[in-house]
Ligand binder design. Structure first.
Ligand SMILES: Cc1ncc(COP(=O)(O)O)c(C=O)c1O
Length: 399
């Protein structure tokens, strides 16, 4: 498709789209296909498809060794991993969480009849604002869940100090943060436990998958029981449990992805650098930065569209991009506290979270990963630059 010269060339105004097919955020990284298929053949030959098989055990021990924790318990996805961990930690009553997160963080609590109490974020980090946590603590509060949004570590030290002072449990939703560090230490080692997601869209992909990491032997033992129906042995059930097992084929994918991890980081990092260069100087557009002194997985390309942007708002930019077949996402619009059931029935329903609300109006995520290259990034940024340059005119066409 030709470059855009006038606003009528934009697909949203009837022109033809820049991309013939939709570019998605979180298109999976495939890793080493040959190694994956070798493992799948072995799984089929041995007819051991699930139930704590060889590949799940290998996946767990490699992740535990890489992160530097005693226990990694592989689970079928991070939502179930969070639910099991919340239960195994004995959380009840109210738990403080950021509203600016994927809704699974809140649902994992509510599913256990625990009320998520939504905390505002620090606009500079997009993560829970530790300065706003203490005012939310009530006699019913039993814990805090920090989320390392975009793989950028939340205020681990401050949250740990609050949790200790107020006798609360501290859990981290590290769904985005596999491969990242905080002050040189791997995410996975903090709090009572941390939970990774290995969903297909995540940095490390096991089709579907998750894991709980902890140094607490008793907690790990409870989680292992809970994820396998409470079986303590061959036919001995000693606990209430669910089915949170990871399948062998997921572990095979996870292992292959683990082996390709450095290559995937390199691609993500290069893409991030290209986006940064291509977007620089576009008024009102800021790319969320990674701390280059830490290890980052660079899995998310996140923009903020602020008031100085000539386009009337973020949603119009999203509309322009979608029409060009760039499926930009408004993660995490509109914030959990403004979704049902929390919008109506949380004890703090209706209480505004100004930083969260502001960010959810401004933020959008763009495609990255091994499925896109330099040319696609150049074109995506070209659409954004063109739309911003002609923001007032486009805005006039969408009053
Ligand atoms: C912050 C966060 N927490 C939890 C989850 C749930 O992960 P899963 O899809 O593995 O259940 C996600 C998934 O997108 C997430 O982004």
């Amino acid at each position: 498709m030709a470059e855009k010269r006038v606003v009528n060339d934009l697909a949203v105004l009837g022109g033809s789209p820049v991309f013939p097919e939709m570019l998605h955020v979180g298109r999976p990284n495939i890793g080493n296909r040959e190694r994956f298929l070798e493992r799948v053949n072995d799984i089929l030959d041995r007819r051991w498809l699930t139930n704590n098989g060889r590949y799940v055990r290998e996946f767990e021990s490699r992740i535990a060794a890489q992160v530097g924790v005693r226990h990694c318990i592989a689970v079928c996805n991070a939502t179930i991993a969070l639910e099991i961990t919340v239960r195994a930690l004995g959380l009840s009553g109210e738990v403080i969480v950021p509203s600016f997160t994927f809704v699974a963080t809140a649902h994992a609590l509510q599913w256990q009849q625990i009320t998520p109490v939504f905390c505002d974020i620090d606009p500079a980090t997009h993560n829970i604002d530790p300065g706003k946590v203490e005012e939310l603590i009530t006699p019913k509060t039993t814990g805090i869940v920090g989320v390392h949004t975009w793989g950028r570590p939340c205020a681990v030290g401050e949250l740990a100090r609050i949790a200790e002072r107020r006798n609360l449990r501290l859990l981290f939703d590290a769904a985005h943060a596999f491969g990242c560090t905080h002050q040189g230490r791997r995410i996975g080692v903090f709090g009572s436990a941390e939970v990774f997601s290995f969903h297909a869209t995540k940095f490390l992909n096991a089709f579907e998958g998750g894991a709980v990491l902890t140094d607490d032997d008793d907690l790990a033992a409870r989680i292992r029981l809970m994820k396998n129906f409470g079986f303590a042995g061959y036919d001995n059930v000693i606990y209430i449990g669910t089915n949170g097992k990871m399948s062998e084929v997921s572990a095979a994918m996870g292992l292959s992805a683990l082996e390709s991890m450095e290559d995937i980081v390199a691609v993500n990092r290069r893409n991030y650098g290209r986006y940064r260069a291509e977007l620089s100087g576009i008024p009102g557009i800021t790319l969320a930065a990674y701390d280059e002194s830490e290890r980052c997985n660079y899995q998310y390309i996140v923009l903020e569209v602020d008031e100085s942007c000539p386009l009337p708002d973020r949603d119009l930019l999203v509309r322009v991009l979608h029409a060009e077949n760039v499926f930009a996402r408004r993660y995490f619009h509109p914030g959990c506290h403004r979704m049902e059931p929390y919008r109506s029935c949380s004890p703090r329903a209706g209480v505004p979270l100004p930083n969260t609300e502001r960010l959810t109006r401004r933020v959008l995520s763009l495609p990255t990963g091994t499925a896109i290259g330099e040319e696609e990034i150049r074109r995506i940024c070209g659409i954004i630059r063109f739309a911003v340059d002609h923001g007032a005119e486009i805005g006039g066409r969408f009053p």
